[in-house]
Design a protein around this ligand. Structure first.
Ligand code: EPU
Length: 313
């Protein structure tokens, strides 16, 4: 049943009992009681305004490539940004300013930059997910992160207003930004600032970055790295040395290729993945006294997982 209080114009943007697993790269997760799919920023603001008026929480789903969605019924409405994909070239000279909706796939933006010979996104070659999610979590590789290529970010705030941030207004940290400080804030679009290059140069730089991906299980169902790297070390190295490779819980297994990836062999559940992640975390803590922090985001998983990420002092 749709929330009967939803105003008429919103009814066609809201559906019920929507399976979420197909929208995630892990391919796990239950059904959203209420699922909202705005087609543009005006819709997004209307939906956020409606949720604000009902006083309810909501959770945002972008590219689904860095998120663990709980099994069963998801009580909080899910706001899916996949349709926010407008694109406009605002200026093209020595520098290129291109605006993209938050739901645009990073891979699509990278492909465009190769086609047009625009530099600045080479270090993001091969990263899955959507622009909005990448910005929220400052996605990247060892060579650089999305924040490096940002000019402005526009967000829809929890009160449904919009706000445009200059790159310097935002603290770009390791797999984290200051944007996530406000619960319910949503990246709606962003302007990327790129440089004039050539297709050959872009491809050459990008292929060195993409080469690293060969040491990752790119063809498997994963959500990328599960844990953040602790200062001065690599979670993958620690998990490997603690003997995690090949460990299984149900149909989830720690990758034999890279120990910071958990693969869904086919019929894994979210709780298999969560159990396995906790086993791995405990093994690293027992072996090295280091408590790994989760890199992945969660939807519908009890809050204590997200909060339980402090480094031992
Ligand atoms: N290592 C092992 N065993 C493993 C995996 C890694 O010993 O099973 C060792 C490697 O030999 C290396 C070190 O750990 O000495 C670091 O590994 P790697 O070079 O693969 O990089 P990483 O730190 O694990 C980071 C990002 C990746 C990104 C790569 C390449 C994090 C948590 N991970 O991985 O990002 O693709 O660098 O730039 O920051 C992601 O964010 O989801 C992700 C996959």
């Amino acid at each position: 049943m749709l929330p009967s209080s939803a105003p008429d114009p919103l009814q066609n943007l809201l559906t019920t009992d929507r399976p979420i697993a197909p929208l995630t790269t892990w391919g796990v997760g239950g059904k959203a009681k209420v699922f909202a799919e705005p087609a543009n920023e005006a819709d997004l603001r209307a939906i956020v305004g409606y949720f604000a008026s009902t006083g309810g929480d909501y959770r945002v789903l972008g590219g689904g490539s860095n998120v663990l969605v709980a099994d069963g019924v998801l009580e909080d409405p899910i706001l899916y940004l996949g349709a926010l994909r407008e694109r406009a070239i605002l200026h093209e000279g020595a520098e290129i300013f291109v605006e993209c909706g938050a739901g645009t796939a990073l891979r699509e933006i990278f492909a465009l930059s190769v086609r047009e010979g625009w530099g600045g996104l080479e270090h993001l070659a091969g990263i899955p997910g959507s622009l909005g999610g990448a910005i929220m979590g400052n996605a990247g590789t060892q060579e650089g992160a999305i924040g490096d290529a940002i000019h402005t970010v526009t967000t829809v705030e929890p009160d449904a207003s919009t706000r445009t941030w200059q790159k310097g207004d935002i603290a770009w940290k390791y797999r984290e930004t200051s944007l996530s400080a406000a619960e319910g804030r949503i990246v709606s679009r962003a302007v990327l600032r790129l440089t004039r290059s050539t297709r050959e140069n872009v491809l050459q730089t990008a292929s060195a970055v993409a080469h690293k991906r060969q040491q990752q299980p790119i063809a498997a169902k994963t959500a990328g790295c599960v844990f953040k790297n602790p200062p001065g070390d690599a979670a993958g190295r620690l998990l490997d040395a603690a003997g995690c490779k090949g460990l299984r819980a149900g149909d989830a297994a720690v990758s034999e290729t890279h120990a910071n990836f958990i693969e869904n062999y086919g019929s894994s559940t979210a709780s298999d993945i969560l159990n396995l992640a906790y086993i791995c975390r405990r093994k690293v803590e027992e072996a090295f006294g280091i408590k790994l922090a989760f890199e992945i985001k969660t939807i519908g998983i009890p809050r204590n997982m997200e909060n339980d990420t402090e480094w031992p002092r």
